[in-house]
Design a protein around this ligand. Structure first.
Ligand code: ATP
Ligand code: MG
Length: 360
């Protein structure tokens, strides 16, 4: 018997991170983690660690990817993502994701993938030139499978991921139309009711859509050496903030409102205080950047103190065992749902010759 469809009691959420570094940064916090924390209670959440996709840029560094994978799960736990309420998904142990990637690749024009603005920006900002592996653009297709394997309604992400979510929506629409007989006039929100396999997922952008890095130019990114990590020490945090260049000629010169210091004041100080600082700068009052940097640094450190402490507890043999067991439990739960989705997709594609089960 093919697996039956379970209608979720709570709407589902899927999002994730790529283990390209040993931890997460402030951009993740305001762009996605805050939403994940809020959504854990009302939604059925799946958080995916995209360890296969980490090989797109770090193929020759398997040890790093392994350490990064554990590090990111530690940060999830440290921030308060709760494996008892949500499911942690290790991408490499969910075969349905790899299979759906191949099937979805037939529904996306090659040129559309290559025109994806997020990929283009990454190729440029990460200096990948023209020597990136075939698997690099392939990850955009893979990400559609990461998401759709869990048939979520919501995907909490930062702004840089919007183009990917759009691609994922296109794939889901097309799949439902081509294989599940959904008419092309049916609005996205009605697809499942009209017989579609996949709900058409929506991005939920965080409180700060794109937190700039300490370089003041690129988005804060694990791979660009411009990030304040959640596990950075108090000193490191303050040093990184002190290093922000404001480019002012004197203490009464104006400041560019897009400057990283102003962005961080807006993101991490109470709104009235950030507004007062901006007003002082704009009015040409004497403002010492160093004072603002100290204030912003203290606010960031207050936010990070409990996270840092919880992460330190996980950097022990007991902590590592807990992380590994959380990963193993998550894989079991993730495969139940992803296998169900794959079976539904195969049925729609008329390739449901054999029913399989996987045991983990
Ligand atoms: P990499 O440099 O390897 O691409 P990253 O820092 O961009 O790493 P990802 O794992 O690609 O991190 O992104 C994880 C999630 O965090 C995504 O939803 C992404 O949109 C969000 N995110 C990442 N950086 C920022 C940022 N600076 N501001 C807001 N959201 C962000
Ligand atoms: Mg990224």
């Amino acid at each position: 018997m093919p697996p039956t469809t379970t209608a979720p009691a709570r709407s589902r959420v899927l999002t994730g991170d790529t283990p390209t570094s040993t931890g997460l940064h402030l951009g993740h916090y305001v762009g996605s983690l805050e939403n994940r924390l809020r959504m854990q209670d009302e939604h059925d959440c799946y958080f995916l660690i995209a360890n296969v996709h980490a090989f797109t840029t770090l193929a020759d560094k398997p040890d790093d990817i392994r350490a990064n994978t554990l590090g990111i799960v530690k940060d999830w736990l440290a921030v308060g993502l709760d494996p008892d309420r949500s499911t942690f998904v290790l991408q490499s142990e969910v075969p349905a994701i790899a299979e759906l990637t191949f099937l979805f690749a037939m529904l996306i024009p090659f040129n559309k993938v290559m025109r994806n603005p997020t990929l283009k920006t990454e190729i440029e900002s990460k200096g990948l030139g023209d020597s990136y592996p075939f698997g690099f653009p392939m990850y955009a297709v893979g990400q559609c499978a990461d998401i759709l394997a869990f048939r979520p309604e919501w995907v909490p992400v930062g702004e840089d991921q919007e183009a990917h979510i759009e691609l994922c929506r296109d794939v889901a629409l097309k799949f439902n139309q081509v294989y599940a007989g959904v008419g092309n006039r049916v609005p996205p929100e009605e697809h499942v009711k009209a017989g579609g396999v996949f709900p058409i997922p929506k991005a939920r952008i965080g409180r700060v859509a794109r937190l700039v890095g300490t370089d003041g130019v690129q988005k804060m990114s694990k791979s660009l050496n411009n990030a304040i990590f959640l596990y950075d020490t108090e000193k490191q945090v303050q040093k990184k903030i002190n290093g922000i260049v404001t480019g002012r000629a004197s203490a009464t010169s104006p400041i560019d409102p897009a400057n990283a210091l102003i962005q961080y004041a807006e993101a991490f100080l109470p709104r009235e205080r950030a507004d007062a600082i901006k007003a002082d700068y704009a009015a040409g009052k004497e403002v010492m950047d160093g004072h603002v940097k100290a204030e912003v640094g203290a606010a960031v450190n207050a936010l990070l103190a409990p996270i840092r402490a919880r992460r330190a507890e996980l950097e022990t043999p007991d902590g590592e065992r807990r992380v590994l067991s959380v990963i193993r439990d998550g894989v079991r739960k993730a495969n139940r749902l992803a296998e169900e989705t794959l079976a539904m997709a195969k049925k729609a594609m008329r390739i449901d010759f054999v029913v399989r089960t996987i045991s983990t």
